[in-house]
Design a protein around this ligand. Structure first.
Ligand SMILES: [Zn+2]
Ligand SMILES: [Zn+2]
Length: 369
């Protein structure tokens, strides 16, 4: 099979400027590298911020964004026979992959925490000429990258959520369970109903919570939340007074506050206010915060509530696999594929980003024609 000489890509050449459609030469593949045809690349909230250079990291441009990709294997080197779970793979199979973790550093080797890898090589954040981003026709999957074959009965739209939001929540829930997890009958509050919030809601709903209360200012998102297992929804616009709002949510929890709060909104004020919704004792899981800004909080609120506060970031291939299994098991009950609210051709990536920024699309996705 002939490797294409070039790949079209929507390239972030300069922060705050529209992406440019360019022909990028396909780099020479090294031993063990794969080439994938991008089938579906979803647009992450992170991309929206990256394009504007609003993240705490500032990778140099030009960049091909896109770290949520379902790719079809186009070139498979002889040395690669299976995915990480031992499932045989062939050309044409659909796969998803994590960032490349080197496997040799202290975080990988000693802590067994690849997401903290000191020498990781990311997809969707690297130099455009390395062709490692989903906003393109083709993507190079470097030798040593952990990847998983997408099961045949899971669609691209259902699977792609596992690439970022889903795996992030699975990793966070693993950490939550190390601290006692969600007990049967617990009241769980999820603040922020983007893709991360939705996966938090559905996994909490399947974990024995008696109440899963979703909080968001978008009615559209709250409708999604109900379909994904929320038992109650709260729109802060209906409760503009903070004291009344906190009491309302505490009352929904049965008057004693939430046993578990999961912060997925990214809002600093929400992060701070959630300390008033905690029950005693409580667990507070933080997965939505991405900025470097700060907000005042009262440390005694941790102490008084006997609270366990847990932060969690990203996920490695274990979490992709567990998330795919979760999706596969529950796909008849929950409309996972609906997370992709609109599809765009690659050349229309700027419109996709704009629609995400405007909140029109819950998740936009790019497809190759
Ligand atoms: Zn993402
Ligand atoms: Zn490492």
């Amino acid at each position: 099979m002939d490797i294409p000489k070039t790949s079209k890509a929507m390239v972030l050449t300069k922060f705050k400027e529209p992406l440019e459609l360019l022909d990028i030469p396909v780099p020479e593949l090294k031993h063990g590298d794969m080439l994938c045809k991008v089938k579906l690349a979803s647009v992450c909230g992170t991309d929206v911020h990256l394009q504007r250079d609003e993240l705490s990291m500032h990778p140099p441009t030009p960049i091909i964004m896109g770290h949520e990709t379902v790719g079809e294997i186009f070139y498979l080197p002889d040395c690669v026979k299976t995915d990480v779970a031992g499932t045989p793979v062939k050309v044409g199979d659909r796969i998803m992959w994590s960032h490349l973790f080197d496997g040799t550093c202290y975080s990988c080797k000693v802590l067994h925490e690849p997401v903290l890898c000191e020498k990781s090589r990311g997809y969707g954040f690297s130099n455009a000429y390395e062709l490692r981003g989903g906003y393109a026709e083709y993507e190079v999957v470097l030798s040593g990258t952990d990847f998983v074959r997408v099961p045949d009965d899971v669609t691209d739209e259902e699977a792609v959520g596992a690439c970022c939001a889903g795996r992030t929540v699975v990793n966070a829930f693993d950490k939550l369970y190390n601290c006692g997890g969600i007990h049967q009958g617990d009241a769980v509050v999820v603040t922020g109903v983007g893709p991360v919030g939705l996966y938090a809601i559905v996994m909490a709903a399947q974990s024995g919570a008696s109440k899963v209360i979703a909080v968001d200012i978008s009615e559209n998102r709250l409708e999604f939340a109900k379909k994904w297992g929320a038992t109650h929804v709260v729109n802060p616009k209906d409760h503009p007074d903070a004291g009344e709002r906190v009491k309302f949510i505490r009352d929904l929890c049965g008057g004693r506050g939430a046993e578990v709060i999961i912060e997925c909104s990214g809002s600093l004020s929400v992060f701070a206010e959630n300390f008033d919704i905690l029950s005693n004792p409580a667990k507070y899981l933080i997965i939505g915060q991405t900025s470097d800004d700060s907000v005042p909080i009262v440390p005694n609120k941790f102490q008084r509530h006997n609270a366990v506060v847990i932060g969690s970031h990203s996920g490695d291939i274990r979490h992709y696999i567990k998330c795919l299994k979760f999706i596969q098991a529950h796909k008849k009950k929950y409309p996972f594929g609906e997370i992709i609210s609109k599809k765009y051709e690659l050349k229309d990536a700027n419109q996709a980003l704009e629609d995400m920024r405007a909140g029109i699309a819950l998740k936009a996705a790019l497809v190759n024609k």
